[in-house]
Design a protein around this ligand. Sequence first.
Ligand SMILES: [Zn+2]
Length: 233
Amino acid sequence: MKVLVNRIAGTAFVLTGWADNYLSSDRIGTSSGAMNGDAAYAACREQGTGVQPRPGRSPMFKEERTASQFNWSMLGNLAEGRPNLGDSMNVAVYRLMQFTLRDVLIQKVGVAEADGVFYDAGKRAGEEFYHNVITKKGSFQEFVGDLQASLRHLNIGILRLESADLEKLNFTMTVAEDLDCSGLAVCGEQVCTYDEGFIHGLLASHTGRNFKVREVDCWASGDRVCRFVAQAV
Ligand SMILES: [Zn+2]
C-alpha cells in the first residue's frame, strides 16, 4: 500500500496518495482551483437552493434555508488557519460538542426529533464524504476498501463488513473503536445515530438507492463494537 498523504489544499480537504487517482487535484480543488467563497455562493445559486446571503458575504450559517447548503469548502483552509495546531484534536472535544448539542436538541425538540436531526446530518456528511473523499468507485469491493482505509486514516473507526447481499443491497458492518461511542459508560442504548445516517449517505451515494440503517449493537449498549444493519428500501 502506498503511503497516505494527508494535505489541505485551498479551501478543500484532500486525501491523496494511497491509490492511483484516489483524488485528482481538480476533483475537489487545489490552491489554484479550490472553491472560494464567491465560487461556493455561485454554485449555491446554480443549484437553485434559494440561499439569500447578505451583501458582501458568502453563505455559511446565518442564512435561512429549506434545503441543505452545506458544501465541502465550508470546512475551511486548515493549513492556513491552524499552522501550529494542525488538523487534529482530542476525541473528547468532538464528543463534548456532539453530546452537548444533542442534549440541547433533546430539551428543545425531544428525543425523536433530535435523533432525526442527527441522522439527517450524518446522512449529509456521508454524502459529502463519498463525493469528496471516497469518490465514485467501480465496484462495491473497491468502495468498501477505500472506505475502510479512509475511516482508519482519519481515526473515525475500524470498519469491517460482516455480510453483504449485493442483489438485495443488504449489509451488516461493524465499527470498532468508534469515534462516537467507544469507551462510553454502558447505558443499554444504541447511541450512534449520526453514524447510522453517515452510513446511509455513503451507501446511497454509491448505489443510487435509498437505505434504512439501524445500529443493533453499540459500545453503549454493552458490546465491544458498533454493528449496523443497512437495507435498501
Ligand atoms: Zn455505537
